[in-house]
Design a protein around this ligand. Structure first.
Ligand code: AMP
Length: 434
């Protein structure tokens, strides 16, 4: 296995890696760093969680450390563009950690906070600028940023940029950059808009591709909780009654959905907060900070807001709604079982989501076990079973057992039979979860 030692990074960078406890480069780091140290352009097909931040930051810092230069006011030598504020902050923090002892100046620029401190920092010039596109353009338009000392440009999460409608802003920013520079483009997927951008932007790039690690998915204890849509809030609360569950990331498809979940939880005095695109920067940072510090147990997030969130202690991911893209399922559950820890991923699935579940299972090439013992399995809409949400036991009896109907044979679903007497249940053929 390759060690960082063999990559010829500057001693102060090696010290920072040692302090972080990183011994071996991840696959993307191993493949990308040697080419980047040679100054090559790069097309990286990779997503968060693969170690891509260090894959581009380390060679950039190595370059800056070896080629020190006085940066003029309003200039930056490196521009890193990323779609969300959270990712921008995270990249900036990582860079600051790896750069200890190098004497480089880095800063981050994003919207939702005051302009003035950002303008002040830029007025002195920086080595590395990490930014989201909107605020960067604002500052550029007001003449606060000049690119005539730019050496390296990194476009991170390019497919998300496209999704979030940033592509015109990106093209505009690119039009201001000098022709001669090293360019790195990272994207988890390659929609046509991005591959044509890559073709026009990159010169003879090295292509490095890493897929989500299957081992990550295998390490996670995954289960499906089939549930009526209107029972989802009750199911979530019943799961959270287990005080052993300390740090939970709940995913919803929409921002409103995330707000609704938090409202339900707060009504039950469960410390929680939502994080999504409609929240102010300070609200997002507070929520993330509280979650990291353990002041709140539950963080409810949408896919875009959660992308890149790296909170090591997340023990449970709950998919309150299943995602439309199977890739997002892997992203989401990959938020748990970080840093060698174990993790649990529970996915709620109502009848309308069965198709999504099939797509996910096909994508991950795995049949996720169905938990038929959860308290809302086979429970009709809005029915609150006595004791169901009290969390008296971790694995309560199934609905029919609890009701003492006597109809407790595995695979026999009174609720499904009641509602759709003539339809054959597909679930009856499935092996219940262990
Ligand atoms: P990223 O994909 O850049 O968001 O990185 C995902 C996580 O992996 C972060 O928590 C990094 O701190 C961590 N990481 C990055 N490189 C390494 C490495 N070589 N060894 C161990 N952990 C790493």
């Amino acid at each position: 296995m390759t060690e960082f030692k063999s990559l010829n990074l500057l001693p102060s960078i090696m010290d920072a890696l040692n302090k972080k406890g990183y011994k071996n480069p991840t696959p993307i780091q191993e493949q990308a760093i040697p080419h980047l140290l040679e100054g090559r352009d790069l097309l990286g097909i990779a997503q968060t969680g693969t170690g891509k931040t260090a894959a581009f930051s380390l060679p950039i810092l190595n370059f800056l450390g070896k080629n020190k230069k006085k940066v003029k006011p309003s200039r930056t030598r490196v521009l890193i563009l990323t779609p969300t504020r959270e990712l921008a902050s995270q990249i900036d923090q990582n860079i600051k950690t790896y750069a200890q002892g190098l004497g480089t100046r880095s800063t981050v620029i994003f919207g939702g906070v005051g302009h003035r401190p950002q303008i002040q920092t830029m007025s002195k010039g920086v080595d590395i600028l990490v930014a989201t596109p909107g605020r960067l353009l604002d500052l550029m338009n007001d003449g606060h940023i000049n690119y005539d000392q730019l050496d390296v440009f990194v476009l991170d999460e390019a497919d998300r940029m496209l999704d979030m409608g940033f592509i015109r802003d990106i093209k505009k920013i690119i039009s201001y950059l000098p022709k001669k520079k090293q360019t790195l483009l990272f994207s988890a997927t390659m929609p046509t808009g991005i591959s044509s951008l890559a073709t026009s932007l990159l010169k003879n790039p090295v292509k490095v591709e890493v897929t989500p690690q299957a081992t990550t998915v295998e390490k996670i204890d995954q289960r499906i909780n089939k549930v009526e849509k209107s029972n989802k809030p009750l199911l979530l609360k019943s799961i959270l009654k287990d005080k052993e569950i300390k740090s939970v990331l709940v995913f919803t498809r929409t921002k409103h959905g995330a707000n609704r979940v938090v409202k339900h939880l707060l009504a039950d005095s469960i410390a929680s907060a939502a994080i999504h695109g409609n929240k102010s920067q300070s609200a997002r940072e507070r929520a993330l900070g509280d979650f990291r510090a353990g002041r709140i147990r539950v963080l409810v997030a949408t896919d875009i807001a959660a992308r890149g969130i790296d909170v090591k202690q997340v023990s449970h991911v709950i998919n309150y709604d299943l995602p439309h893209e199977p890739e997002s399922y892997v992203h989401r559950i990959g938020r748990t079982a970080r840093a060698g820890r174990e993790g649990v991923a529970i996915s709620f699935c109502d009848k309308e989501e069965e198709k999504l579940l099939k797509q996910i299972q096909k994508f991950i090439k795995l049949d996720i076990p169905v938990d038929i013992a959860h308290p809302f399995h086979g429970v009709a809409p809005h029915v609150v079973k006595t004791g169901a949400a009290t969390g008296q036991s971790r694995r309560p009896k199934s609905a029919n057992q609890a009701k003492g109907s006597g109809n407790s044979k595995p695979g026999k679903k009174p609720f499904q039979k009641r509602r759709r007497p003539k339809k054959k249940t597909t679930e009856a053929n499935k092996t219940p979860s262990a």
